[in-house]
Design a protein around this ligand. Structure first.
Ligand code: FPP
Ligand code: MG
Length: 337
């Protein structure tokens, strides 16, 4: 059987999961029996690939701290696990808010948090989770490792800016490619890039190594979001755990939509879509996008980012942990539907 990503990377996922749960379990201000604690634990246990924590751990394997691990570099210590857990907490918090904003009742095929707790409660839970990360990281940060704040402040602020931009441009069919790429970098790529970089710096990686990993993560993140945008047109609801075609329905001008807008026949069909469009109008536009070349062009852009990712890590060839980056690259480059 094909190994899972964490198996291929030789990362003990149980240690990561335990550390994620510890963030709420050991919060002295939140009683273990409280609804808040219960909701966060339930959310964390509901699944997820733990992609961002895995990126932190892979990054940490490029440090210079000699601890005799089999990668010839740094060992995964408690600190790396805490950073990995913090990354997942930020991501999980952002998805709670994302599902509320997107009015998405399903996440990974199961009811999203706000449908279970109510919207106001879910907003508070998401806020608590992102604030708790700031508290956790401040607790163990000295002047020497101020970079860990990149996770809780910089990358999180960028997430919010990216989402805000997306909302501002809903049903904006004049969105430029540059604006789309910038929004995508903010909402998805920068957190992934930061995970690799923070992991690397936590084990004293050289700055140029950490920067190469950042660029690698950024390109992988761009490819990842473009794939997500393509899947909205090509996958079934069962495959993506939410209704297909929802981006177009919500006025999201994703990469396939942008390319389709450059087709003079298709453009009026797409531009006609507004918040109260009928299912027939949406289906008509969806079909047009699927039969034209917009998906193939988006796929090409995704491949370009995957290629850029490999170029970014050229200088790391020969490093004992280089193979881990190849595993990640293969995973992100896996075929879409
Ligand atoms: C998924 O996008 C969502 C994101 C990548 C980021 C969401 C960020 C926020 C809502 C800002 C709030 C952040 C915090 C930390 C509280 P998508 O809708 O394209 O993907 P999906 O298909 O998984 O829903
Ligand atoms: Mg969403």
């Amino acid at each position: 059987m094909k190994p899972t990503l964490h198996e291929a990377l030789q990362i003990d996922i149980k240690r990561i999961n335990r550390e994620i749960e510890n963030i709420v379990k050991y919060d002295k201000d939140v009683p273990r029996t409280s609804v808040l604690s219960h909701s966060v634990l339930q959310l964390i246990r509901s699944g997820g690939k733990r992609l961002r924590p895995l990126l932190v751990i892979v990054g940490s394997r490029f440090g210079t701290a000699k601890t005799g691990s089999r990668f010839g570099t740094a060992k995964t210590g408690r600190r790396q696990l805490q950073l990995a857990a913090a990354a997942e907490f930020i991501h999980a918090a952002s998805l709670i808010h994302d599902d509320i904003i997107d009015r998405s009742d399903l996440r990974r095929g199961a009811p999203s948090l706000h449908t279970q707790t109510g919207v106001a409660e879910a907003v508070h839970i998401g806020n608590y989770m992102s604030a708790r990360v700031v508290e956790l990281l401040s607790d163990f940060t000295s002047d020497h490792d101020r970079f860990v704040h990149d996770l809780s402040s910089l990358a999180t602020a960028q997430l919010c800016i990216g989402e805000y931009e997306q909302l501002q441009h809903a049903f904006d069919y004049d969105l430029t490619l540059k604006q789309y790429l910038e929004k995508t970098r903010c909402k998805t790529a920068q957190l992934m890039a930061t995970c690799l970089r923070v992991g690397a710096l936590s084990t004293d990686a050289r700055p140029e190594v950490a920067d190469a990993l950042y660029r690698f993560g950024e390109s992988l993140g761009m490819a990842f979001q473009i794939e997500d945008d393509i899947l909205d047109f090509t996958a079934t609801a069962e495959m993506i755990g939410k209704p297909a075609g929802s981006d177009l329905r919500r006025g999201q001008v994703t990469l396939p939509v942008l390319y389709a807008l450059s087709d003079p026949v298709l453009a009026p069909r797409i531009r006609a879509i507004h918040a109260n469009s009928s299912e027939e109008e949406i289906e008509y536009a969806l079909q047009g996008i699927c039969v034209g070349d917009a998906l193939a062009r988006s796929q090409q852009m995704r491949m370009d980012y995957l290629q850029q990712a490999m170029q970014a890590i050229e200088l790391l060839r020969g490093h004992p942990a280089y193979g881990q980056l190849e595993v990640l690259h293969q995973y992100f480059g896996g075929k879409t539907a």
